[in-house]
Every structure is written in C-alpha cells, then in structure tokens.
Design a protein around this ligand. Structure first.
Ligand code: NAP
Length: 498
C-alpha cells in the first residue's frame, strides 16, 4: 500500500465509483429539484462527479426524518454500550476503505495523497472510534443534597443537530463533528462544503452499513447561502455545530438568535503566532515553521502564519526557513512525494496573489516565492511565500489569507513577543520555541489561544480539546469536552416521604 506510485493512484482514480447524491433516511437520493452541479478536481479542473444541489425543501425533509429518528429512540435511547459498537464498526469500515477514501479526498480537495492516507483518514477513524469507545465510560452525577432527597444531574442529547463544515479538512472536520454528536445520541443533518462533498457521502454509506439507524445521519450537499442558512434558522434544529470562517460564524450566531436559540458552536479562523526565541533548537524550529504555514497549502485554520522571531537570530533563522520552504514547492497531489498541492480553486489562488501584492504595497520584503505556478495544469497552484520585515499592524499580519504566505515579525523581549502574539482578533493556536522552561511556559500561558505548542507545532491528538479564544470561536471539538456541546444538563430532584 505505502509504495503506490502516482500512476497507480491515477489508475485507481479511474476505477472509482463516485456517489454525488444526498443521503436521506438511509438511502441515496436526488435533490427534490433534481438540480446537480459538478464537483471538480482542484489539481486539474476536471469534473469528478455531478452532485445534488439540495435546498430548503430537502432540508425540511431531512430534518423531519432526523426528528422522527430521534423521537423513535432507536439511536437516542440505545444503550451507550450498543451505540459504541455501531461507532466502532463504522470506524473499522472506514479504516478498511482507507485507500479509496484517501484517494477520493485527494481528488476532491487537492490534498496530497500522502496526507489524506496518513493524516486525514486515520484522524477520522480515530475520532469515531475514540468517541464510540468513550461513550459507555462516562458517568452522570449525584450531588450532595440534604437527607431525604436525591438529585440526578444527567447529560441528555440535544435532539437534532445541524453540522456545517468547510472545504479545507472536509473528512476530519466532519468526523470531529459527527463522532461526539452521534455518540451522545443526537440525530445529525450534515452540510458539507459545496466544493468538497464527496468524502462525507462516502462515509454516510459506511455508517448505514455499520448499523446506524435510518434518519440518524442525513447528508445534504448544497449552497451555504440557501441550504446552510435554512438549517441555521430552522425552528426544529436544536444545535448547530460549525467550522468555517469568522464572518459566516458571526452570521450563524445571529441566525440562532433570530430563530429558536439553537445551541451554536463555532470553530472559526485564525492568524496563529509561532514564536521563536534565540535559545531554541533552531533547526527543528525552522523545519516546523515551514510545516506550520505550508501544510495543506496554508489552507489550515491553525496555520502558523505569523513567525515572531527574536532579534539577533532573525537573519540566520530566516535562511533556515527559506531552505525548508524549498521542500514545499507545489506538485501533483497524486504523487506520493508531493508535500503541497493546489489551492482549492481559482478564487482562493487569486486571493493569495492579491495578498502578495498587499504585502509588497505595505512595505514588507518578499524574500521567497510570491508567484502562481503550474498554470498549464488546469489547477491553481501558488509557491510557498515568505515576507520578512513585517510589522504586526500590516494586513498580511492581521488578516487570514488562507494560503502559503508567511509573515516574519521581529521582537526583542518576552513581553513584546506576547504582546505581538495577542494583537489579533483571533485566538486559535500558536507555539513557542525555547529551551528555557520558564520562558516557554510563561509565554505559552500568556498567549490567548485555544491550543499552544511548546517546542512543537500542530501537536495534540483526539484526547485534547480543540477550539478558539476570541473571534476564533467557542465550544470545543475533540476529547470528552466536545460531548458538552451536544448535550443539555438535566436536573431531576427527588424527595422521599418521611
Ligand atoms: P466558509 O465560507 O465560512 O464556509 C464554511 C461552510 O459554511 C461551508 O459549508 C459553506 O457552504 C457554509 N456557509 C457559507 N455561508 C453560509 C451561510 N450564510 N449560512 C450557513 N452556512 C454557510 O469557510 P470556508 O471558506 O469553507 O473555510 C475556510 C474557513 O474555515 C477559514 O476561515 C478557516 O480558518 C476556517 N476553519 C476553521 C477551523 C477550526 O477548527 N477553527 C478548521 C478549518 C477551517 P458553501 O461551501 O456552500 O459556501
């Protein structure tokens, strides 16, 4: 499996049977309007499949089915031990289909096959298996109430949950939403991003095969502006979990207030600081500085896009990062040696190019990359790009570019590093590199983000919560803490006769 070549993957791609219909009440179905749209391979612009374009009427039907499934108790009242078995079976089925699924994700998203196979699919398997295995090991509470009384504090499922996810990590964000929401007994209506719906439809089939009752998981591809808005304003949806941009997240909070106050949890954008002190392991820090920003073409919410480097080592460190950047030249995502694929589409690549111009115009020094490449491929590729001499007030340091663009910002003191790191509307992730435990720990604590690495970037696994401070969102994906987003606390107070 591991030694497949690009031509092996191309051949396998030709054999894929791609499902583009919605998954409602346990079966694949066309949109009620019959409308479809093509989903294309970002690597070459070629059509992969026609996908159903669902709208409000499809949403109403799916929510009705999800509500009926919830009320039936077939899933919501199933013993946690039984729910566990279904989720574990589902994880095993996904694992069994990992090559096909990784290939589908690569074709739909443009992610390198080495990433989808070794990161995205295993991450989805782990999320589902871990949540399944956890659900029958969580106990409710009995508080210390007066004699002759007994109180129960229980966590009950919200009911029907809508999940809306983005295109940059479609499979793993979908799994991060579905695993805890289903484990806790909810029914879920999932809306994948319009340009990357395929992996969600693929795993929906496997969920049914694993024994998930009909209607518990509905997958509706369709546009955010109509279908997504309809779900977010729906009066019969109890919870909304979202991963995407901060502007859309703000809109969703308003929709909640304008409709039924559905519990709304948001994982949003970032502009993450990666702080390097002079005493750090500079070789490792430089390698990881490149990974932090160029992984997935910088289309990563936690990307370390602000490299905050102590004066004195700035020049030497920049040279090391530039050397590493050469390993991130974009290429064919089906080639196992490719580290970075195309941007998701032309508009995203144009945005990156515009920010390169903005950075230049602001007086930042372009020291690496800056160009669109592989123009004849039919895809939209951008070189890894580095700006030096950036001031944190510049737009390239404040705005989420969502592309492979690094801004290098110098600092003198520990306090200044923290101040720069915190001078952002976002608070999703970050890292600090230092051999001094005092410096590392104090800085890690002072930077206002949901996840902070010390001498690593992108560290963490399914056991730890993931989410943002400030305008990077609320709520948490992953770990037991994610279960809180999908449950209500219920108190039952009992009084005994004398
Ligand atoms: P987006 O434009 O906010 O879209 C995300 C999802 O919301 C898509 O499914 C989209 O549908 C839908 N949507 C758009 N407008 C909507 C509306 N008015 N009502 C309801 N749904 C709506 O974000 P994106 O461009 O796909 O993804 C990139 C963003 O996601 C970045 O900001 C990134 O930082 C963030 N992100 C955050 C995390 C995290 O965990 N914090 C992880 C990954 C990505 P369409 O596809 O049809 O537009």
């Amino acid at each position: 499996m591991l030694d497949r070549t690009a031509s092996d993957w191309r051949r396998l791609a030709g054999d894929l049977d791609i499902e583009g219909r919605a998954f409602v009440n346990g079966r694949f179905t066309d949109a009620l309007s019959g409308e479809t749209r093509p989903t294309v391979n970002p690597a070459n612009g070629q059509e992969l499949a026609e996908v159903a374009v669902c709208g409000p009427a499809d949403a109403d039907l799916a929510v009705k089915g999800a509500r009926a499934a919830f009320e039936s108790g077939a899933w919501s009242e199933m013993a946690p031990m039984e729910r566990k078995m279904v989720l574990v079976r589902w994880a095993e089925l996904i694992d069994r289909h990992r090559e096909e699924l990784a290939l589908l994700e690569t074709l739909d998203v443009g992610k390198p096959i080495s990433d989808t196979l070794n990161v995205d699919v295993p991450s989805a398997v782990r999320s589902i298996r871990w949540s399944g295995e956890a659900i029958d090991k969580i106990y409710d509470e009995i508080p210390p109430t007066p004699r002759d009384t007994l109180a129960l504090i229980q966590r009950l499922p919200l009911g029907v949950v809508a999940a809306i996810v983005p295109w940059n990590f479609p499979l793993s964000t979908t799994a991060w939403k579905l695993a805890p929401s289903l484990a806790t007994g909810n029914s879920v209506v999932l809306k994948p991003a319009s340009n990357t719906p395929l992996s969600a439809l693929f795993i929906a089939r496997l969920a049914a095969e694993a024994g998930l009752p009909d209607g518990v998981l509905q997958v509706l591809p369709g546009p955010g502006g109509s279908l997504g808005k309809h779900l977010a304003t729906h009066m019969d949806i109890d919870g909304l979990t979202f991963t995407g941009s901060t502007p859309v997240g703000k809109q969703l909070m308003q929709y909640s207030g304008q409709s039924n106050l559905k519990r709304t949890f948001l994982e949003l954008g970032g502009k993450s600081p990666n702080i390097v002190f002079a005493d750090a392991d500079l070789e490792k820090a430089a390698t990881m500085a490149a990974v932090a920003v160029f992984y997935n073409g910088g289309q990563t919410c936690t990307a370390g896009t602000r490299l905050i480097v102590q004066r004195g080592i700035e020049e030497e460190f920049l040279e090391r990062v530039k050397k590493n950047a050469k390993n991130w030249m974009p290429g064919d995502p089906l080639d196992p040696s490719t580290a970075m694929g195309p941007m998701i589409d032309e508009a995203q690549c144009r945005t990156v190019a515009e920010y390169v111009e903005i950075g230049r115009g602001e007086g930042a020094e372009l020291v690496f990359g800056g160009e669109q490449v592989l123009q004849s491929s039919g895809g939209h590729y951008h070189q890894p790009t580095i700006f030096a001499g950036v001031n944190n007030a510049m737009r390239v340091a404040q705005e989420e570019i969502f592309g492979p663009v690094l801004s290098v910002i110098p600092f003198d003191t520990r306090e200044e590093a923290v101040a720069i790191a915190n001078d952002s509307i976002y608070g999703l992730a970050g890292a600090v590199w230092s051999r001094d435990i005092d410096t590392a720990h104090r800085v890690a604590r002072a930077v206002r983000v949901g996840t902070m690495g010390i001498n690593n970037y992108f560290g963490g696994d399914i056991t730890v919560p993931f989410g943002g401070f400030k305008q990077s969102g609320n709520g948490r994906d992953k770990s037991i803490h994610a279960f809180h987003d999908y449950t209500e606390l219920k108190t039952t107070w009992i009084e005994f006769g004398s």
